[in-house]
Design a protein around this ligand. Structure first.
Ligand code: EPU
Length: 337
């Protein structure tokens, strides 16, 4: 445990932004974490997991705490199910691959999502018809103010679409140290109805797919649409898909009958922000090194040396023009600092 100063965060955020941390410390155990909270309680804290869902628009004048807790442990197991406790610093996709190789079902649709296990509950990561909450049992977290350990069950997390209590009421109050998952060992419940998954499985003549087949299909789809952050800096979907009320939706549908949408409830409609951004003319556009991905307009990219500020300026321009053209406000999904 070593306190660094003026540390570059370029390799700690998937956008590859070269912002600096005033202080930086890495913790590799829960006791180290509690000790840091005690010793450095006077400093402003900035918790860093995998750095895959943040845009740094400036240097961070705080103590950046890199949560690097590792380990996977079996909590309970019978013939049908297994409960695994996974430490927060485990890479999410490595955990998914661990599950596939042991034939533990439930997370295969969430293959290749960047980031760490400990940050996955914060925004309730989701893809291809599955969300983290579907396999989540509980998480353990340390309270920043007191250093006390608390367990949150699923209800306590108040999960929503890309949302949880850790993003709202309790924002900044707790540091998640581990997540416990409930997974299947047989009779896996596959989610293959998402159009693109169906297509890939059919192409592969996979009539009775395994969880490994589903994972492979998801990986193929993601690779074809989403840029690899190691090659092209990005943070996945930059915006959330907006959910609008019936009245707004009626007007929108009249003006743009060709637009895709999903009915969330009889009075709520989700419209793909990627479609709105593409129709506003931004897909594949580049302003200096800040750009919009050529295959998925919802993803903003860093072509090399863009600053966080430049990417944020682009995001605001997109937000403004989408609002002007469609009357719909799109809200960032990534955390902007
Ligand atoms: N679309 C366009 N143009 C685009 C992008 C999308 O017209 O440039 C249209 C597509 O044709 C499709 C619709 O928008 O009709 C939805 O697109 P897609 O299936 O690619 O999914 P998405 O709504 O853009 C969401 C998640 C992704 C997740 C996929 C698959 C959000 C904010 N994003 O994207 O999550 O992988 O569904 O389930 O909910 C992430 O959160 O970082 C992320 C990548």
């Amino acid at each position: 445990m070593h306190l660094e100063e003026y540390t570059s965060l370029k390799h700690h955020n998937s956008f590859g932004i070269a912002a600096k941390a005033r202080y930086f410390i890495e913790v590799t155990s829960v006791s180290e974490l509690i000790e840091v909270l005690k010793i450095h309680g006077d400093k402003t804290l900035f918790v860093l997991g995998g750095g895959s869902n943040m845009l740094l628009t400036k240097d961070i004048d705080a103590l950046v705490l890199h949560i690097n807790l590792k380990g996977i442990e079996v909590v309970t197991e019978d013939e049908d199910r297994i409960t695994l406790k996974v430490m927060a610093g485990e890479n999410w996709h490595d955990f998914v691959m661990y599950c596939i190789s042991h034939n533990y079902g439930g997370v295969e649709n969430l293959s290749l999502i960047p980031g760490n296990v400990g940050t996955a509950p914060i925004q309730n990561i989701g893809a291809y018809g599955v969300e983290l909450k579907d396999v989540f049992q509980s998480c353990t977290a340390v309270e920043v103010a007191t250093g006390e350990i608390k367990i949150f069950d699923k209800a306590a997390c108040a999960f929503g679409y890309r949302d949880s209590i850790f993003k709202t009421t309790l924002k900044g109050n707790y540091i998640i140290t581990s997540v416990t998952f409930s997974l299947t060992k047989r009779d896996h419940l596959l989610h293959t109805s998402y159009g693109a998954i169906k297509e890939v499985l059919a192409e592969n003549n996979s009539t009775d797919p395994t969880i490994a087949d589903v994972s492979e299909a998801v990986i193929a789809i993601r690779r074809s649409k989403l840029p690899d952050p190691k090659i092209l800096g990005n943070s996945g979907s930059f915006f959330k898909n907006p959910i609008v009320d019936s009245e707004t939706f009626k007007k929108f549908r009249l003006a743009f009958p060709e637009a895709p949408f999903y009915e969330v409830s009889p009075t709520q409609f989700k419209i793909p922000a990627g479609w709105l951004i593409e129709k506003a003319g931004f897909k594949g556009k580049r302003y200096g090194d800040a750009g919009v991905h050529e295959h998925q307009a919802l993803v903003l990219v860093n072509h090399g040396d863009a600053t966080g500020h430049e990417i944020w300026e682009l995001a605001l321009k997109i937000q403004r023009e989408v609002k002007q053209k469609f009357g719909i406000y799109i809200e960032p999904e990534v955390n902007v600092f």
